[in-house]
Design a protein around this ligand. Structure first.
Ligand SMILES: NC(=O)c1ccc[n+]([C@@H]2O[C@H](COP(=O)([O-])OP(=O)(O)OC[C@H]3O[C@@H](n4cnc5c(N)ncnc54)[C@H](OP(=O)(O)O)[C@@H]3O)[C@@H](O)[C@H]2O)c1
Length: 280
């Protein structure tokens, strides 16, 4: 792995990264471990978390797997117990777990909308609340939310998740104002289009993502691009930064009118028609 931070940047710190079995969560966990942090890895499927843990241990780092669901309070409480027993402290939380499906807003049902809000907004709140009460009100800490570029542009096909992520950003700012007194910093990182496994789950051919991409740097983002920014904000490098919402999008949202919108619409409606044809 390309080293970007000092190997002792996070020495002695314990970090919990949700959704660390894949994509940006895994990249963040690996890089935090390379900075000397001890990691707690959280997600629903144990196997990918174990893979991340093995990668961390291979590099000489420390990792502990706690599987669970951010939508489920009981599994969050169990994770807090397990982390408390394993490490006795928690200094950093990265609320990265989340997901959504692409759909024209007219096709989103109330149930589908609620499911996306539950995962991306309520799940992040529940995890944040648990970590703050269990560990951070007493000794401070740092929390970073992974959101989406919802404040500068429309995200066609993602009305549900845009609502959730904008909610997270607003919540983050208010918590930052209320919890600074406890020594807790909270920030958000909004990724543009990042090449992870998640892109493969959308009904958009892989080559189209590059074609639709409007990054002025002329490439899709890498999980490491986001991980580096998360670590900057979470670690002592970001010691005087709180309540901020940082974009990591290669300038994708600098464009007014964001013409990828038309291509996303075209792909989305083509997928819908294919599904309708299959159903007959
Ligand atoms: N890739 C992009 O272009 C992009 C852009 C903007 C924002 N984002 C957001 O950034 C975050 C990371 O994205 P990614 O691309 O790295 O996606 P990813 O590979 O799908 O990672 C999401 C992770 O979250 C976990 N997760 C999902 N729901 C969960 C739940 N209820 N409880 C616990 N864990 C859960 C998943 O593991 P399990 O399934 O095992 O639980 C998975 O490891 C996500 O919130 C994503 O929506 C992605």
């Amino acid at each position: 792995m390309e080293r970007r931070f000092a190997p002792d940047l996070m020495a002695g710190q314990v970090a919990l990264v949700t959704g660390s079995g894949s994509g940006m969560g895994r990249a963040t966990a690996l890089e935090m471990a390379a900075c000397g942090a001890s990691l707690s890895l959280f997600g629903r499927r144990r196997e990918p978390l174990e893979e991340t843990a093995a990668m961390i241990r291979d590099g000489g780092g420390t990792a502990f797997v706690v599987s669970g669901d951010i939508r489920d309070e009981q599994s969050i409480d169990a994770a807090m117990d397990a982390i408390g027993a394993e490490y006795g402290r928690l200094d950093v939380l990265v609320n990265n777990a989340g997901g959504q499906y692409i759909s024209a807003a007219r096709d989103i049902t109330n149930k589908g909308f609620e499911a996306v809000i539950r995962n991306n907004l309520i799940g992040s709140w529940q995890m944040t609340r648990a970590v703050a009460h269990r560990f951070m009100f007493e000794r401070g800490g740092s929390i970073v939310f992974v959101t989406a570029v919802s404040a500068r542009t429309a995200l066609t096909g993602f009305a549900h998740t845009v609502a959730a992520r904008a909610g997270v950003t607003g919540m983050m700012r208010t918590l930052a104002a209320e919890w600074g007194a406890y020594g807790i910093r909270l920030n958000a990182v909004a990724p543009g289009t990042i090449r992870t496994e998640a892109l493969g789950r959308y009904p958009i051919p892989p080559e189209k993502w590059s074609e639709m991409n409007r990054s002025v740097l002329n490439r899709l983002g890498r999980p490491e691009d986001v991980a580096g920014t998360i670590i900057f904000l979470a670690s002592k490098l970001g010691d005087f930064i709180t309540g901020e919402d940082w974009y990591v999008d290669g300038g994708e949202t600098l464009h007014l009118g964001h013409d990828a919108r038309d291509m996303i619409n075209a792909e989305m409606f083509a997928a819908r028609e294919r599904a309708q044809d299959r159903r007959g």
